[in-house]
Design a protein around this ligand. Structure first.
Ligand SMILES: [Zn+2]
Length: 259
C-alpha cells in the first residue's frame, strides 16, 4: 500500500451535478402514469429529461388478435414508439431511447444491467427514476401494475445504479468503449411500498393527461374520464405534502449529508 501524507491526498471529487434525469420503464406509456408530470416539471426547471423504454412494446396489440407474428409485433412496436415520442414532445423531453428487448419476457439479466450502466455513463445521469421491483400489496393496486416486465425493469435498474456506473472495474468493456465512471446522485422509485417524496405536478398535470392521450393505441377514453381519474389520483396523496397534485416516489441518495 502506498503511504502518503494527508496533504498529498487528492480528494475524490463527485463531478458537478449534471441536471440530467433518466426515467427507465418497461413499456411505452408506463412512464406517463407514474412520472410524466414530474418529467415535464423537471424539463421546465432546465433539466435534460430522457425516457428509456426497455422493451419494444410489441405485445401491446389486441388481446384477442389471431395474427401475433413477428411482422404484426413489429408494426405494433412502431406505432407505440411513435406514440411515445409524441408524448415526449408534449412533455418537453430531450429524447426517448428504446432498448428493444422483447415485450413480455423481460428478465433482469446482466446484459440489461450493462445496457443501463452504459446509458448512465454515456448521459452522465444524475437522477434515475425506475419502476418498483416489488409486487404492490397496497389497496387499489391493479393486477396490471404488477406486470412481470415492470418488476423486472425495476430490479434491473436497482441492480445497475450501484456500483457499476461509478466503478471502473465493473463491466470493464464500458471503459474500453470510452465511458468513464459516473456516480448517480439520486434515485426515485415509482410505486414503491414506502414513498417518502413527492413532486408537485400542479402546473404540469394537464401535460401529463395530454401525454397519456398520445398513446392512442393503448388508452381509449370514450367516457372522457381519464382526466378525472388522473386528477383524483394525483390529489389523493397530495394533502400530506400540503400540495394539490403530486407524483409520489421512494427517494434515496448517495450522500449522507444531503437533506
Ligand atoms: Zn407496462
Amino acid at each position: 500500500m502506498k503511504t502518503v501524507a494527508s496533504g498529498d491526498i487528492e480528494p475524490v471529487r463527485q463531478p458537478e451535478k449534471t441536471k440530467v434525469a433518466m426515467i427507465f420503464v418497461a413499456h411505452p406509456d408506463d412512464a406517463e402514469f407514474g412520472t410524466a408530470g414530474s418529467a415535464a416539471a423537471w424539463a421546465r426547471e432546465g433539466w435534460d429529461v430522457y425516457y428509456t423504454i426497455i422493451t419494444d412494446g410489441g405485445s401491446g396489440g389486441d388481446d384477442h388478435a389471431t395474427d401475433v407474428s413477428q411482422e404484426a409485433r413489429r408494426k405494433i412496436s412502431e406505432i407505440r414508439k411513435e406514440e411515445q415520442r409524441e408524448a415526449g414532445r408534449i412533455l418537453g423531453l430531450k429524447d426517448v431511447i428504446f432498448l428493444d428487448y422483447p415485450d413480455g419476457t423481460l428478465e433482469p439479466t446482466l446484459e440489461l444491467r450493462r445496457d443501463i450502466v452504459r446509458l448512465i455513463r454515456q448521459y452522465k445521469v444524475d437522477r434515475v427514476v425506475c419502476q418498483s421491483p416489488e409486487w404492490g400489496w397496497e389497496w387499489g393496486y391493479s393486477i396490471g401494475r404488477n406486470h412481470p416486465d415492470h418488476l423486472a425493469s425495476g430490479t434491473a435498474v436497482l441492480r445497475a445504479i450501484y456500483p457499476a456506473p461509478q466503478n471502473a472495474w465493473d463491466f470493464p468493456e464500458l471503459l474500453a468503449e470510452g465511458l468513464e465512471p459516473y456516480k448517480v446522485n439520486e434515485l426515485l422509485v415509482v410505486g414503491a411500498p414506502h414513498p417518502n417524496f413527492a413532486v408537485d405536478i400542479s402546473d404540469t398535470l394537464d401535460l401529463k393527461i395530454e401525454a397519456l392521450r398520445a398513446h392512442k393505441s393503448q388508452i381509449q377514453d370514450p367516457t372522457g374520464m381519464l382526466a378525472t381519474w388522473m386528477r383524483r389520483w394525483a390529489s389523493s396523496r397530495a394533502a400530506r405534502y400540503g400540495l394539490d397534485y403530486v407524483e409520489e416516489f421512494h427517494r434515496a441518495t448517495q450522500n449522507w449529508d444531503e437533506d
